[in-house]
Design a protein around this ligand. Sequence first.
Ligand SMILES: NC(=O)c1ccc[n+]([C@@H]2O[C@H](COP(=O)([O-])OP(=O)(O)OC[C@H]3O[C@@H](n4cnc5c(N)ncnc54)[C@H](OP(=O)(O)O)[C@@H]3O)[C@@H](O)[C@H]2O)c1
Length: 433
Amino acid sequence: MGETLKVGLLGYGTVGSEVGHILEKHSEMISKRVGATIKVSKVLVRDASRARKNPIPAGASIETDISAILDDPELDILVEVMGGIDPAYGWIRAALEAGKHVITANKELIAVHGGELLDLARDNSADLYFEAAVAGGIPVIHPLREALIGNRIELIMGIVNGTTNYILTQMEQGNSYEAALKEAQDLGYAEADPSADVDGHDAAAKISILASIAFGSRVTPDDVFTEGISRLSIDDLAYAEELGWVIKLIGLAKRVEGGVDVRVHPTLLPGDHPLASVKDEFNAIFIEGDSVGELMFYGQGAGGLPTASAVVGDVIDVARNTMAGATGMLGCTCFDDNRVIPIDEVVSSYYLRTAVLDRPGVLAKIASAFGRYDVSLAKVLQMQTLEEDRAELVMVTHESQEANVRKALEEIDSLEEVVGVESLIRAEITEGN
Ligand SMILES: NC(=O)c1ccc[n+]([C@@H]2O[C@H](COP(=O)([O-])OP(=O)(O)OC[C@H]3O[C@@H](n4cnc5c(N)ncnc54)[C@H](OP(=O)(O)O)[C@@H]3O)[C@@H](O)[C@H]2O)c1
């Protein structure tokens, strides 16, 4: 085929080596779909002597100096699959300034600098695509930007971190958090330092990106209240199961009165919610749009090959734009400036587990403390004896403001009959389930 578009691949690790492999393996099919040959001509790594899962694509050179790529006028498209903010940020800026199209899988970078990089791409008639930055192989950025763009998106709820979903699935089966984490590490789902996953930061970056696109208003990880799963107890998962509910680490983005509500935390869902059946390392994103109604995208949210599927899709999209002479984007699509409401203003139902002394009148005292702060109880679920004189009280509130729930809990914690408030888990449940 006539024209050849040349790709520089920044990174040849888990994702990069699969991108190189797919582009080579499907070269003929891709040529037909694009109307030009796509060829990886340079690959950048830190250590050129390291063994790679897949061989470097035929004819590509291996580089360790970025200038060999940034200064090469023949490269049309750069694919950044290294990770981290630095040096990726500076290199992507330089590539866009030189008019090269950029594809990245880097959620941290896009969550923080996406808006500015999209503007830079527009100003330089370049494309910047990042489908793989959220939920790996699951197409969700393109649908939000294209097929769903005529909707007013009201809600996004995502299981966007496979590691934590795997751990929670294990905990549902009675394994401790520590044992489940160890297994996730042994299987390669969790890093040796799992904090980005288990503390919710990875999910916060992803929901920031989705919220920014869906609401057309910039949300960055610093705006997102983030709580991870490391303090969850298997007792809470067991109680949830008894009640027909599940606990998932959810990235939530919702339009609310006075702004948008964007947060990441363990969340109770009714057992019949579409996200409740998403198990193990799978990801899913549930979306509500005013015209389309409810939608759910489900699949492999990580892993070299599924993530490379999204990256290669972007490469082909960019190549088609180039062939059509239609490159150059709109820039950042955050035309509005919605306030992200602080956690104190969030209105939610709450699941609370409290250890109390097993004495008459405890519940009445607790209920009246809640009443003083305008929090009403929807359910008092269990009163199980822990020891001779102690019981465990599990309560679910009606929708209440977080600040009020916290003030009430402070007062409840100081009651002499209360041993301690053990758990607070926000619940996305409708009255009645
Ligand atoms: N892995 C997944 O399942 C997944 C899913 C979704 C998104 N992502 C995103 O995809 C990106 C890549 O992830 P990955 O898992 O493929 O990472 P990885 O396996 O650690 O590979 C990173 C690659 O980048 C190269 N590299 C890193 N820093 C470099 C530098 N300063 N100069 C030159 N080369 C450098 C490394 O070179 P050496 O090999 O020589 O060290 C390696 O080849 C990240 O942004 C990640 O968040 C990954």
